[in-house]
Write a protein that binds this ligand. Structure first.
Ligand code: FE2
Length: 554
């Protein structure tokens, strides 16, 4: 090697030395920087307020930061090198999720589980929820070496979520139950509405039916308040009183003096209703719209609700003007028939009328209704109507009648019945006449009825008949006098004559000054001087004094 060559090589070596020195300085510089950076990272990891750990692909923990140790309560020795399943991750989550299997998946494919939230366990056994961020760490050949996991405690958030979830579940449950209840209510309501509709229709139908009945009734129907204000009236009553509409009727009758002819009758009606709650056959007079008067008969009753509260008065009204005319005709006919008998038997003229007066007075004394007194009147006036069949010659012939004639005479009770039976009376007038000679003990005629089988009206007429017969003079004997007549019924009280009837009759004569008065063949006080020539025959208790009219004659 030449000197030049050696110098050149030495120069080359110096240059290489310089480059080496420079490279060494550079390396030192890089190593310093690396150490500095590592220090920075280490401090950053150690000081972080998050859990940072590294694990290998089998789940073995290779690094944990201080925060993680403090958080889980382990020392580094207790945890590093251990599998995270069984240390900080339970095998099963409280929810039932298989965390061991899940962690296997995370370790194999961390890229698919970059974020996950799962339950973790501390050393003391308490469970916490952690939100993990996972990142794969590759080796120099690009293969998965480790997984870096950064976790944050989300237990409170999870608990809040759970509370929220619970509240939500509770709310949903409540909503479901409420909805169910509402549905049930709705169904019930629909059912009730359907039922109500049915019952409303039924009510409507019944109301229509009722209205039809009320409207088609021949008799007047009304409802009034307690004070008497009309609230309902049917067409029949509107027409009966000559009004053109219910409204007109209601407006006009708001003033009672526009309806009642006699204000005291209205007061009487109210008095009876307040005492008895109802009244039947109450007769009064109403004004018609044109001012004419209409006799009417009313049935009225108070209507109460289920709790006994008064609702209204309801009543019916019938026109009795025809009835009053008929009654007058009947009275006139009765009078005429009565007269017809007495014309054939002048000796007993006025007998039926006087018997009737006494019988009516007894009936009134016994508190009979006006209608029943009226029946007693008619029966009294006709009780001897059957005598029309008794041959006139032995009614007018002087002298004593034979037994045979007496038997014919007795038939007048049945004959009277035969005459009257086909006439339609409200009361059994024919039957009363038939029974007027029956006696309480069955000794009477023609059917020998006894006790209660004899109508009370017949029992009254029989007493009146006997008293009148004995008290009045006869052409063949003087009057026996009222005292003897009263003795007769007193003596046979309860035997021949009804006890109550006798008592009423005695009260009339003894306490109330009843007198037959004059008229006919002479009354109690009108004794005929021609009448004293014959004395009545002696009679036993059972003798029938009412027949002295006939049998007493010589
Ligand atoms: Fe008679």
């Amino acid at each position: 090697m030449t000197k030049e060559e050696l110098l050149k090589e030495m120069d080359q070596m110096r240059k290489s030395m310089k480059r080496l020195q420079k490279s060494e300085a550079s390396c030192k510089e890089a190593a310093d920087l690396f150490r500095k950076r590592e220090q920075e990272y280490r401090e950053m990891v150690e000081l972080a307020n998050s859990i940072i750990l590294r694990m290998d692909t089998s789940g073995r923990i290779v690094f944990v930061n201080d925060f993680a140790l403090r958080f889980f309560g382990f020392s580094k020795e207790e945890i590093v090198g251990k599998n995270l399943i069984g240390t900080i991750v339970p095998k099963m989550e409280s929810s039932g999720r298989d965390l061991a299997a899940f962690m296997v998946s995370v370790c194999r494919n961390p890229g698919e589980h970059t974020v996950n939230e799962n339950e973790n366990i501390k050393k003391d056994g308490s469970r916490v929820w952690i939100l993990w961020t996972n990142r794969p760490v590759l080796d120099e050949r690009g293969r998965l070496a480790e997984i870096i996991c950064i976790g944050n405690d989300v237990t409170q958030k999870k608990e809040a979520e759970q509370i929220l979830q619970n509240a939500h579940d509770e709310l949903e449950k409540e909503v479901r139950e409420r909805t169910k209840k509402l549905q049930k209510l709705n169904e019930d309501l629909l059912f009730e509405m359907a039922e109500r509709k049915i019952s409303e229709e039924a009510l409507k139908e019944s109301e229509n039916r009722y209205r039809n009945i009320v409207e088609s009734a021949f008799e007047g129907i009304f409802q009034t308040t307690l004070e008497g204000k009309c609230t309902m009236v049917n067409s029949a009553l509107v027409a009966l009183l000559g009004y053109s509409s219910a409204e007109e009727y209601i407006a006009a009758t708001a003033r009672p003096e526009n309806l009642y002819v006699d204000a005291s009758r209205r007061e009487e009606l109210i008095r009876i209703l307040q005492t008895d709650g109802y009244v039947k056959g109450f007769e009064t007079e109403f004004y018609r719209k044109d001012g004419s008067k209409l006799p009417v008969s009313m049935n009225v009753r108070a209507v109460f609700d289920d709790r006994g509260n008064f609702i209204y008065y309801q009543g019916t009204v019938i026109d009795i003007s025809a009835g009053i005319t008929l009654r007058r005709v009947l009275d006139e006919t009765t009078g005429a028939l009565s007269t017809a008998v007495e014309i054939r038997d002048p000796y007993t003229a006025g007998h039926q009328e006087r018997v009737t007066r006494l019988a009516e007075a007894i009936a009134a004394e016994m508190n009979f209704s006006d209608e029943r007194i009226s029946a007693v009147h008619t029966a009294g006036m006709l009780h001897d109507i059957g005598k029309i069949y008794v041959p006139a010659e032995f009614l007018s012939r002087p002298g004593k009648i034979t037994d045979n004639e007496y038997n014919i005479l007795k038939q007048h009770a049945q004959e009277g019945y035969e005459i009257l039976k086909s006439i339609e009376y409200k009361y059994p007038i024919a039957e009363i006449v038939y029974q007027h000679h029956e006696r309480i003990n069955g000794s009477g005629y023609p059917r020998k009825l006894s006790g209660d089988r004899i109508l009370i009206e017949a029992r009254i007429i029989s007493v009146a008949d006997v008293v009148e017969a004995m008290a009045s003079p006869r052409p063949y004997r003087p009057a026996l006098g009222i005292d003897k007549a009263l003795d007769e019924i007193r003596k046979n009280r309860g035997i021949l004559y009804d006890e109550n009837v006798v008592d009423a009759c005695l009260t009339l004569f003894q306490d109330k000054g009843f007198q037959f008065g004059g008229g006919g063949g002479g009354g109690v006080t009108g004794f005929d001087a021609t009448a004293g020539k014959e004395q009545p025959r002696n009679r036993s208790v059972s003798q029938d004094w009412s027949e002295t009219i006939f049998k007493g004659r010589p």
